[in-house]
Design a protein around this ligand. Structure first.
Ligand SMILES: Nc1ncnc2c1ncn2[C@@H]1O[C@H](COP(=O)(O)OP(=O)(O)OP(=O)(O)O)[C@@H](O)[C@H]1O
Ligand SMILES: [Mg+2]
Length: 265
């Protein structure tokens, strides 16, 4: 896939709105994702993360606003956008009866690529699945499946990949494996937009983090920038920078819970 010659960001979203009947989910979302970076969209359940990802991957139409992915308008150039992206979950129904390698070969064939066997073997190697490649997917662990899922979505080398909650439901070890995979993607120059509810995931992986709350991006910055939004913890505590979780909960509201003692001192 040839990227446009402009230095346009991989993803540019302006004034995106989307309602489901009377439920106003996105109320004017603006964001930009630099090429080759990892961008995390954080938000509580129901914040609209999946809705945003669906619009960016052309599965859903926005009510208003514009979104460009790899230089293409999601509404007017949907086919070009689709050729530029992949979305995990798209092939979530990995065929259990087939082996990991057979799944990869199948997708490469469906995409009419040359030498599907080599593509499969390269991806197995890159995702540390070579040894398991010949085994049926039904014998894979959750982490291995997720890695295969991501590997499958990379066939054809899309410049932009959307990962909607890539580690939900995985154990800590499997999460680490997926994190490695995602970092690896960015090292290869792929732009990654991931959604997550896990603050540590965003902190570990993302070059930039945006918090989606009540339909808008309320903050957008690096982890360091986000942490600067809160003063370091109070002096009665051991010196400690606020965690990203502190920043998140303060910004989106803590439902009245005072998690930090000291307010009643
Ligand atoms: N097709 C739909 N019809 C009606 N309401 C919908 C539809 N899809 C999503 N919603 C609602 O829109 C809101 C945002 O949903 P969305 O799935 O985008 O949130 P999310 O941030 O991905 O949440 P989660 O963290 O739980 O995955 C939710 O209140 C959801 O119930
Ligand atoms: Mg979601």
């Amino acid at each position: 896939m040839t990227a446009p010659t402009t230095s346009e960001p991989a993803i540019r979203v302006q004034g995106l709105t989307k309602s489901y009947k009377t439920l106003h989910v996105l109320r004017g979302v603006d964001l930009e994702v630099t090429r080759g970076s990892i961008f995390a969209l954080l938000g509580s359940n129901g914040a609209g993360k999946t809705t945003a990802v669906k619009i960016l991957s052309t599965l859903l139409k926005a009510d208003a606003g514009t979104a460009r992915v790899n230089g293409f308008d999601v509404a007017k150039q949907a086919a070009d956008v689709r050729e530029s992206i992949s979305l995990t979950g798209q092939f979530a129904a990995v065929d259990e009866i087939l082996s990991g390698r057979e799944n990869l070969v199948l997708v490469a064939r469906l995409r009419h690529l040359k030498d599907p066997g080599k593509i499969a073997d390269d991806l197995l190697k890159r995702f540390s699945l070579t040894d398991a490649g010949a085994r049926k997917v039904s014998t894979y662990s959750g982490g291995m499946r997720r890695r295969l899922d991501i590997a499958m979505s990379l066939i054809g080398d899309p410049p932009v990949i959307f990962l909607d909650e890539p580690t939900t439901g995985l154990d800590p070890q499997a999460r680490l494996e997926v994190w490695q995979t995602v970092k690896e993607l960015a090292r290869h120059g792929t732009t990654v937009l991931l959604t997550t509810q896990y603050l540590d995931e965003a902190e570990q992986l993302a070059d930039r983090i945006a918090i989606l709350h009540e339909g808008r991006i309320i903050v957008n910055g690096t982890v360091a920038e986000l942490k600067q939004l809160l003063p370091p913890a109070k002096v009665e505590y051991v010196e400690k920078q606020p965690t990203l979780e502190d920043v998140f909960l303060t910004l989106v509201g803590d439902n009245g819970h005072n998690r930090n003692a000291g307010t009643n001192a």
